[in-house]
Design a protein around this ligand. Structure first.
Ligand code: FAD
Ligand code: FES
Ligand code: FES
Length: 1187
C-alpha cells in the first residue's frame, strides 16, 4: 500500500525483510537515508556504514522495485546510505539479516564467503554478500567476469580480494571446477551447522554430547533470488496533485504520471528547494546541494521508465538506471536484436560500465547525471560527454509553460532546468563510416572519477578523410571547456592518415584545451598531454599503423584475475596451525558480529558531532553556538571549558616524554580540522546539521607549514627520540667512518625520495560511546590500546582509573589508526557525557575522520651512495625526515631505522633522522610504520645505482645481498634467508628468466605500451617488546564449557581463532568447547597495545600457559577419579573438591618467545600505457618465510 497521496495518511509504506513498514514524520524525517532507518529505527545493525557517499559498499541492501517499463519487478543491489527512505514507497527491501543468519540458517553466499576465508575484520562482509545477492537477483546467474565487475564498489581493507572473489566465483555459472568443488565441500560442512552457535559442527564434546541443545535447526535460504515478502502495489493517480507526506514546510510527492510531476513542480514556491528524486546517488558526489524542502519521486512515473527501440531515434525514459541503459545499448549494438546505425552503442556500454560502481549504476539514472552536470559544470560526467558525442537529445517538460522542449545533450550545461524535468532521451542512428571512441583516465581502474575523459566522433570517408565536423569532447579540464571546436573545424576535409594533420590537430588541441588547476585532479600539464594523447589514441585506433605503434590504439583492460596460495601444513600440531575459517566468520558474513556503533542505543542517548577549525594556525577570536543551540533537538555545545581535567588525549610515554595533543582547541588553532567543540543532539543528523551554524571568527592567521620540504626550509626540525630514550642525531650500521668510505668510493650519486602520507582507511570509522554510571563510566571505544584509552579518559575527566569500564568486542580494522588517535573521540564524548550525565555517542563520518586526526607519517629522504664499478655498495648516507604533524609524539624515524638496510650490505650505512614539525594533525603509525618507507628508500638506492651503471636492477640487488659465507648482517647477524631460500623459489615460481625475455620482447615490439618486471626483497626483524596482555580462562562448572578473556584486541587478524586453537590443543578439547569474550579492562586490566603483529603471538602464549596450568590441576584431580569420567562430570566434581577451575596469567617478559626475522620477496609485472599512465598489474608472485 501507499503512497496514497491522501494528506491525511501522510505516510509511505514498503516491505522490509518481509514485513510491511509504514513511515511518517516526525519519527522518520523526510530526508532520512535508508541506512539510518534500518540501523537506528528498526535496530538492524547488520547493514554497515562507512563513506556515506556511495563509494565503499558497506551499506548495500537488495531492493525489488516495480519495473514500469518492462513489466513485473526488478531486483538489484543498492547503497542504503544514498537511498532516501521515502523513495522506497512500494519497494521491497532486504537487509543482510533477512538473507540468512544464525537462527534461520546461513545463505549459500554467506557460507561461501566464510568458507573461502573471505573475512578478516568482517566490516565489509555484509555489503559484499548483499552485492552478490543483488546481482544474482538481477541476473539470475552470473559469470566469473561479472562477479569481478559486480564488486567494483565494495571495498575491503583487510582481507584482500582473492579469497572474496574466489568465494563468489564459486557461485558463478562458469566458476572453475576446483572452486565449485570447494563450495560443495563448504556447503556439506555447513549442513551440520550448529543451530545455537552458527558454527559448523566439528564433533562432539568430550562427554559425547553436543552442548548445543537449544534453538532451531537452520535452513539454508534459496540460492540467488531474494525472498521478499509483501506485495507490490501501484500508486494512486489522484495523488498526483497533492504531497503524499508533509512535515512543516517539507513535502514529498510520489506522482504516478508525467502530469503529476508537472503538478508537483508547479506547487514549488520560490523559497522551495526541489529534489527530483532518482536514485539520490548525486548526493554521494555533491554533498552540499541540499537541504531540500520538496522531494518529487520519479520512481512511479511509467513514461520515465519506457524503452522504445522499435522506432528511430531510440527513446529511453529518464528514470532508467545506468545499468538498464547499458543493457539496452548492448542489445541493440550487436547480436540478434541489433539495430542498424547503433553499432557505436557498444563503445557507450563499455564506457558506462566504468561509471561509478554497480550499485550506483543499478539505481542512479542517466537523467540525474545530466542534471548534476547542469548544476556543477566542473563535474567530469561520463554520461554527458558520451551522449553529447553521439548527438543525443533530451526531451524536457516545463511545468510553467506546459510546452515540451527538445535540446541537444551538448547544451545541457547551459540549460535552465529550473521548474523542468528531463523526461527522456533520443538516440539517433549514426551514418555508416562513423567512428566513436571514448576514454576515461582515472586514478584507479574502477569506481573513480576521471582525471580527463573524452568522447570523440568522426565520420570518415574510405580514404580516411574527415567528412563532416567531428565531435572532440573532453571532460575534467574545467567548467568552461567541453568541445575542442578549433580542432574540430580544422579537421574537416583533412585526411587522418596524414601525419602532419595529426601533428597540427594535436598542436591545436594543446592550444585550446587549457586545464584549470585543481589539487584533486592531475596537474594541468598532465591533463593537457592527456587531451593530445587521447586524440592520438583514437587516430591510431581508427587508422591503424605499424605493429609497433598499434598498441597506442588499445585501452588497458584488466583481465579476469585469479590467484593461488600454497603453504606447508603441519597436521601434527592441529588445531594449532590448521587452516580454518575464523571462529567469527559466519556471524561476520551475516551482519551479526557487533561493532562499536552496533551497540543498541540506550534510553536518552545523545549523539555528537565535531565542530572543526576551518583555519590552521589562527587565533580564535570567538565561537558562537547560539544559532546551533536554537535548533530543535540540539542539547549542548561542549568545548575545552567543559573539560574537568587535562586537555590532551595523548599520554603514551613509553618511548620518552610526550607533548600534549589537545582534545579541543583553546585560543589558537594548531591545524585545519582541529576540533573546537562538540555539538550534542538527540540524533546524529541534527547534530551534524547544527555544527554548520556555529560561527567562529579568527585573526592573526599564519600560513601553515604542511610539507616536509617547507619544514626543512623553515628549520622546523627536531631530533627524534632514540632507542635509549634520548634524542638521536644518527644511527650507524657498520663502519662509523661513513664519510671517509664515501670519499674513497669509485662512484657516488646523490638522490632524494618522498613517500607521502596515507589515510589509514579502516572500514569502521572512529566510534566512542560513554555512559555515566553510579560509580563512573562505561566506555566503548574503537581502540587498539585500551589501557591508554582508560588513562587519557581518566585524565581528561579527572576521575580515578578504576571508575572506567572499557570493553572492546572487535574493531573493523585498526592498522595503527586506532592505537592513539581513537582517543580524540573517546575523550571528547567522555567530556560531553560527564557534563550532561547522559550517554553520548560519536560515530565519526569519513570527512571528520579524515580531517580531525592524523594519518601515516609522510617521509622524505635525501641520500648519497658510494659504489664500485660492479654496483657494490661502499657507503650509504641518508638524511631521513618524518613529517610528524604538530607534535612529534609518534615519530618512527629512529624506531624503524633498524630495517633501513633491508637485505643489503654496505660497509657503512649512516642515517641522520629528523622530525619535521608540521601544522597538521599529529601523524601516527600505520601498517609497519616507517619500515615500508625505509625499505622503499633502500630499494630506490638499488635502482639508482643500477640506472647509473646501466645494469639490470636485479643484478645490482644480488651483488649487494649479503654473502652469508663471510659477512654478517648489521641488524641481527643471522643468515640471509632471502638469498638462500626466498630468491631461488621466487625465481623458479615466477619463471623470472623466461618472463624477463618476454617483457624485453614486448617492449621492443610496442612503442606505447611498456612492461616492467621487478623483484623486491623484504627483511623484517621481529622481536617482542615488553607488551603485556592479561589472560583469564574460566571453565564453567555447569557444562564444562570454557570462556577465554584476553587483553588483545581482535581487529581482523584472527587473534581469537588462534587463541581458541591453542587452548583446544593444550587442553585436548574440541574448539567448540571454547568461546572468546570481549576484551575488558576488568578481566584483563593493564593490557598494552595490540599492534605490530605482537598481539596474537603473545596472547596465544599466555593462553597456552594458562591452559597448561589448568590442565595440570584437572589432570591431577582426574587421577583420583574413575578414568572413564566425562569432562563435565570431572569439572563438576573438581569444583566441589575445591579445585580452582579458572586461571589467570600475567606475562613475565622473561618468558617471551625468542624474536626472529621475517623474510619475503615479491616479483611484480606491470604494464603501463605510456600515453596515459593507466596501468595494470599483470602478475604478482609473493614468497614469504612465514615461520
Ligand atoms: C560513488 C559514485 C561514483 C560516481 N562515479 C561517476 C563517474 O565515474 N562518472 C559519472 O559520470 N558519474 C559518476 N557518478 C554520478 C552518478 O552517475 C550519478 O550520481 C547518477 O547518475 C545520478 O542519478 P540519480 O538518479 O541518482 O540522480 P539523483 O541523485 O536522484 O539526482 C541528481 C540531481 O538530478 C536531478 N534530477 C534527477 N532526475 C531528474 C530529471 N529526470 N530531470 C531533471 N533533473 C533531475 C535532481 O533534482 C538532482 O539535482 C558517481 C556517483 C557516485 C555516488
Ligand atoms: S557506500 Fe554507503 S556507506 Fe559507503
Ligand atoms: S574484512 Fe573487509 S574491511 Fe575488514
Amino acid at each position: 500500500m501507499a503512497p496514497q497521496g491522501d494528506s491525511e495518511v501522510n505516510a509511505v509504506s514498503f516491505v522490509l525483510n518481509g514485513e510491511e513498514h509504514t513511515v511518517s514524520p516526525p519519527a522518520v524525517p523526510l530526508d532520512m537515508r535508508l541506512v539510518d532507518y534500518v540501523r537506528y529505527h528498526v535496530g538492524l545493525p547488520g547493514t554497515k556504514v562507512m563513506c556515506r557517499e556511495g563509494g565503499c559498499g558497506a551499506c548495500i541492501v537488495v531492493a525489488t522495485a516495480p519495473d514500469l517499463g518492462g513489466g513485473g519487478t526488478r531486483t538489484f543491489s543498492v547503497q542504503a546510505c544514498q537511498l532516501l527512505v521515502y523513495a522506497c514507497a512500494n519497494w521491497q527491501l532486504e537487509t543482510i539479516e533477512h538473507l540468512g543468519g544464525r537462527k534461520k540458517g546461513y545463505h549459500k553466499i554467506q557460507q561461501a564467503l566464510a568458507g573461502f576465508y573471505g573475512t578478516q575484520c568482517g566490516y565489509c562482509s555484509p555489503g559484499m554478500v548483499m552485492t552478490m545477492a543483488g546481482e544474482l537477483g538481477r541476473k539470475g546467474t552470473v559469470t566469473s567476469g561479472e562477479v569481478e565487475g559486480a564488486l567494483d564498489g565494495n571495498l575491503c581493507r583487510c582481507t584482500g580480494y582473492r579469497p572474496i572473489l574466489d568465494a563468489f566465483k564459486s557461485l558463478a555459472g562458469d566458476g572453475a571446477p576446483a572452486l565449485k568443488q570447494r563450495l560443495a565441500d563448504i556447503e556439506e560442512a555447513y549442513k551440520t551447522t550448529c543451530p545455537r552457535t552458527g558454527q559448523p559442527c566439528a564433533g562432539k564434546l568430550s562427554d559425547g554430547t553436543c552442548r548445543s541443545q537449544a534453538g532451531t535447526t537452520g535452513t539454508t535460504a534459496k540460492d540467488g533470488t531474494t525472498t521478499l515478502g509483501g506485495t507490490t502495489t501501484t500508486g494512486d493517480a489522484l495523488a498526483d496533485a497533492r504531497p503524499s507526506v508533509t512535515a512543516g514546510k517539507e513535502r514529498w510527492f510520489h506522482p504516478v504520471s508525467g502530469v503529476g510531476v508537472m503538478n508537483a513542480l508547479k506547487m514549488a514556491t520560490p523559497q522551495d528547494k526541489v529534489l527530483l528524486v532518482g536514485g539520490n546517488t548525486g548526493a554521494g558526489v555533491f554533498k552540499n546541494d541540499g537541504p531540500y524542502t520538496m522531494f518529487i519521486s520519479l520512481a512511479q512515473v511509467p513514461e520515465m521508465q519506457q524503452v522504445n527501440i522499435a522506432e528511430s531515434p531510440i527513446k529511453l525514459g529518464a528514470r532508467l538506471s545506468l545499468n538498464q541503459c547499458i543493457d539496452v545499448f548492448r542489445s541493440v549494438c550487436e547480436g540478434p536484436k541489433a539495430v542498424a546505425g547503433y553499432g557505436h552503442l557498444k563503445e557507450m556500454a563499455d564506457h558506462w560500465q566504468v561509471v561509478a560502481n554497480l550499485a550506483v549504476r543499478n539505481n542512479g539514472s542517466w537523467a540525474g547525471n545530466l542534471a548534476m552536470k547542469n548544476r556543477h559544470k566542473n563535474f567530469p560526467s561520463d554520461v554527458f560527454l558520451t551522449l553529447a558525442a553521439i548527438d543525443a537529445q533530451i526531451l524536457v517538460a516545463n511545468a510553467a509553460t506546459q510546452q515540451p522542449e527538445q535540446h541537444p545533450v551538448l547544451e545541457v550545461p547551459q540549460l535552465d532546468l529550473r521548474g523542468k524535468v528531463i523526461v527522456a532521451m533520443l538516440l539517433p542512428p549514426l551514418p555508416a563510416g562513423t567512428r566513436v571512441r571514448s576514454y576515461k583516465i582515472t586514478p584507479r581502474a574502477v569506481n573513480a572519477h576521471a582525471y580527463v575523459n573524452a568522447a570523440l566522433r568522426l565520420l570518415l570517408g574510405d580514404d580516411l578523410t574527415v567528412k563532416e565536423a567531428p565531435r572532440l569532447l573532453f571532460g575534467g579540464l574545467g567548467e568552461h571547456f567541453v568541445s575542442a571546436s578549433n580542432t574540430e573545424r580544422y579537421l574537416i576535409g583533412k585526411r587522418l592518415s596524414d601525419v602532419s594533420v595529426v601533428r597540427e590537430a594535436a598542436r591545436l588541441l594543446a592550444e585550446e584545451a587549457t586545464p584549470h588547476p585543481d589539487p584533486h585532479q592531475g596537474s594541468p600539464e598532465y591533463r593537457r598531454s592527456l587531451v593530445q594523447c587521447l586524440f592520438y589514441k583514437m587516430v591510431v585506433g581508427v587508422v591503424g599503423g605499424s605493429p609497433r605503434v598499434r598498441s597506442a590504439g588499445d585501452k588497458i583492460v584488466r583481465g579476469l584475475s585469479s590467484g593461488q596460495q600454497s603453504f606447508d601444513e603441519t597436521p601434527d600440531t592441529w588445531p594449532v596451525g590448521q587452516p580454518l575459517p575464523k571462529i567469527e566468520s559466519l556471524v561476520q558474513v551475516a551482519g551479526e558480529a557487533q561493532f562499536a556503533d552496533d551497540v543498541p542505543l540506550a534510553a536518552g542517548e545523545l549523539h555528537a558531532y565535531f565542530v572543526q577549525a576551518t583555519q590552521a594556525c589562527a587565533a580564535i577570536d570567538s565561537v558562537d553556538a547560539t544559532q546551533a543551540l536554537a535548533v530543535p533537538g540540539v542539547v549542548d555545545f561542549v568545548t575545552a571549558a567543559d573539560i574537568p581535567g587535562k586537555n590532551s588525549y595523548f599520554a603514551m610515554d613509553m618511548f620518552g616524554p610526550v607533548k600534549p595533543d589537545p582534545v579541543f582547541a583553546v585560543d589558537r588553532t594548531l591545524y585545519h580540522g582541529q576540533p573546537l567543540g562538540l555539538i550534542v543532539a538527540r540524533d546524529r543528523a541534527t547534530a551534524e546539521a547544527a555544527t554548520k551554524l556555529v560561527k567562529v571568527t579568527y585573526s592573526d592567521i599564519k600560513k601553515p607549514v604542511v610539507s616536509i620540504q617547507e619544514a626543512i626550509k623553515k628549520d622546523r626540525l627536531e631530533l627524534p627520540i632514540g632507542w635509549d630514550g634520548k634524542p638521536a642525531s644518527s644511527v650507524v650500521f657498520g663502519d662509523q667512518d661513513g664519510k671517509g668510505l664515501m670519499e674513497k668510493a669509485s662512484h657516488r650519486v646523490k638522490g632524494k625520495m618522498e613517500v607521502p602520507s596515507q589515510y589509514h582507511f579502516t572500514m569502521e570509522l572512529m566510534t566512542a560511546r560513554v555512559m555515566p554510571l553510579e560509580d563512573g563510566y562505561d566506555v566503548i571505544a574503537t581502540t587498539q590500546f585500551m589501557q591508554e584509552t582508560q588513562k587519557v579518559v581518566a585524565e581528561v575527566l579527572n576521575v580515578p582509573a578504576n571508575s572506567l569500564n572499557l570493553t572492546v568486542r572487535r574493531l573493523g580494522g585498526g592498522f595503527g589508526h586506532k592505537v592513539s588517535r581513537c582517543n580524540l573521540s573517546a575523550c571528547a564524548v567522555a567530556v560531553a557525557a560527564a557534563k550532561l550525565r547522559r550517554p553520548v555517542r560519536l560515530f565519526q563520518d569519513l570527512r571528520t575522520n579524515m580531517s580531525s586526526i592524523g594519518w601515516r607519517e609522510p617521509y622524505y629522504a635525501s641520500y648519497e651512495v658510494g659504489f664500485s664499478d660492479t654496483g657494490r655498495l661502499e657507503a650509504v648516507a641518508m638524511e631521513v625526515y618524518s613529517g610528524v604533524g604538530h607534535v612529534p609524539n609518534e615519530s618512527t624515524a629512529v624506531m624503524a631505522s633498524n630495517i633501513a638496510t633491508n637485505v643489503y650490505f654496505s660497509p657503512s650505512w649512516t642515517i641522520s633522522p629528523q622530525n619535521a614539525i608540521l601544522d597538521t594533525a599529529a601523524n601516527t603509525w600505520c601498517r609497519t610504520p616507517g619500515h615500508v618507507e625505509y625499505i622503499a628508500f633502500a630499494e630506490n638506492i638499488m635502482d639508482h645505482v643500477a640506472a647509473e651503471l646501466g645494469k639490470d636492477p636485479l643484478e645490482v640487488r644480488e651483488i649487494n645481498i649479503l654473502n652469508i659465507a663471510d659477512e654478517k648482517q648489521p641488524a641481527d647477524g643471522g643468515p640471509n634467508v632471502f638469498k638462500t631460500s626466498i630468491l631461488p623459489v621466487l625465481k623458479e615460481k615466477a619463471m623470472l628468466e623466461q618472463r624477463k625475455l618476454e617483457v624485453e620482447q614486448f617492449n621492443r615490439e610496442n612503442r606505447w605500451r611498456k612492461r616492467g618486471l621487478a623483484v623486491t626483497p623484504m627483511k623484517y626483524p621481529y622481536d617482542y617488546p615488553p607488551l603485556r596482555y592479561g589472560i583469564l580462562v574460566s571453565i564453567y562448572e555447569q557444562d564444562g564449557t570454557i570462556a577465554i578473556s584476553h587483553g588483545g584486541i581482535e581487529m581482523g587478524q584472527g587473534m581469537n581463532t588462534k587463541a581458541v586453537q591453542v587452548a583446544a590443543a593444550t587442553m585436548g578439547l574440541p574448539m567448540q568447547q571454547f568461546i572468546v569474550k570481549p576484551t575488558s579492562n576488568v578481566t584483563t586490566a593493564n593490557s598494552t597495545v595490540t599492534g605490530g603483529s605482537f598481539g596474537s603471538d603473545l596472547v596465544c602464549q599466555g593462553v597456552k600457559l594458562c591452559c597448561e596450568r589448568l590442565k595440570a590441576r584437572l589432570d591431577a584431580f582426574k587421577a583420583t577419579q574413575d578414568p572413564a569420567i566425562t569432562w563435565p562430570e570431572l569439572v563438576k566434581k573438581a569444583i566441589l573438591a575445591d579445585v580452582d577451575i579458572s586461571e589467570r596469567y600475567w606475562p613475565n617478559t622473561s618468558e617471551f618467545p625468542k624474536g626472529y626475522t621475517i623474510w619475503g620477496g615479491a616479483c611484480v609485472e606491470v604494464e603501463v600505457d605510456v600515453l596515459t599512465g593507466m596501468h595494470v598489474i599483470r602478475r604478482a608472485d609473493v614468497v614469504e618465510d612465514a615461520g
